[in-house]
Design a binder for this molecule. Structure first.
Ligand code: ATP
Ligand code: MG
Length: 261
């Protein structure tokens, strides 16, 4: 059953430009009071990933991430950031080790079970924008609801308002700005209320200002929705926006405290 995966692959990030009014929304967000951050939604133990007998890309990585935490995975190119995120999202299987998502080990899951898990619990955000260009903003945001059988259209309106894209909800995506498109993608990643957002270099194609806005937006998502954010980046400055940093090098994970915290 690939439908769940299909819509999840089209969850992309959105951000606004420095002059966009949505920035105000981002900066005035207040912390959610009912997020139990001590509840672990991602637990990884002794994760190993090897390809063809070469030195392991991930060589015994263990970590746990709580609800509403915003964590960056930082490391140089080839250090295994994408590999780790793909394993967390059930897109790739480890050579050994365990991955527990929201209390359930996904290691023995079938493809169908993984697809259902992704649809229910994980939103993906990628560097390139996979929005459906000929569809309206509103339909892009609502699309994952069709695959999940959820008909909570009120949630669509809530997110359109939250990210200041309600005024353009009837526009086709091909006609909106890059910044607006990225906000659409954030809303879409959140529509099924995933516990986790996995963002793989979501700022890779963006200038400095917009990159910062994306990361600030993800901070807000973690605070206001209690969503756990795992963001891969090779940008040290952006990595420092997180509540904690997982630094990958030589197959090992080293935990660092961000300098901004
Ligand atoms: N399917 C594969 N087969 C063989 N090697 C692979 C495969 N996928 C990834 N690798 C290797 O695993 C290593 C880690 O790749 P990965 O994409 O996770 O790194 P990354 O930290 O995300 O890098 P980047 O910052 O460039 O995106 C690389 O050396 C890569 O060549
Ligand atoms: Mg990568």
């Amino acid at each position: 059953m690939l439908l769940g995966w299909y819509c999840q692959t089209n969850d992309i990030f959105a951000l606004c430009g420095p002059d966009c009014s949505a920035r105000k929304t981002i900066n005035t967000a207040s912390p959610s009071e009912d997020v139990n951050m001590s509840k672990k939604v991602i637990e990884v133990s002794q994760l190993v990933k090897e390809y063809d007998g070469r030195p392991a890309i991930l060589d015994g990585v263990s970590l746990s991430i709580g609800a509403g935490e915003f964590v960056t995975v930082y490391g140089k190119s080839g250090s295994g950031k994408t590999t780790l995120l793909n394993i967390l999202g059930g897109l790739d299987k480890p050579t050994s080790g365990d991955v527990v998502i929201d209390g359930e080990s996904i290691i023995g899951f079938t493809e169908d079970e993984l697809s259902r898990m992704r649809l229910a619990k994980v939103g993906f955000v990628f560097q390139d924008f996979n929005l459906l260009m000929d569809m309206t903003v509103r339909d892009n945001v609502a699309l994952p609801l069709k695959f999940s059988g959820n008909h909570n259209l009120g949630k669509v309106d809530e997110l359109l308002t939250k990210f200041d894209i309600a005024p353009i909800s009837g526009d086709t995506v091909s006609r909106i700005s890059g910044g607006e498109a990225q906000r659409v993608a954030i809303a879409r990643a959140l529509i099924n209320e995933p516990k986790i957002i996995l963002a793989d270099e979501p700022t890779g194609n963006l200038d400095e200002d917009n990159s910062r806005i994306v990361v600030e937006t993800l901070q807000v998502v973690a605070r206001d929705f209690g969503t756990t954010i795992v963001l891969a980046t090779h940008d040290k400055e952006l990595a420092d926006y997180a509540s904690s940093i997982i630094y990958l090098a030589d197959g090992k994970a080293i935990f660092k405290t961000p300098i901004l915290s």
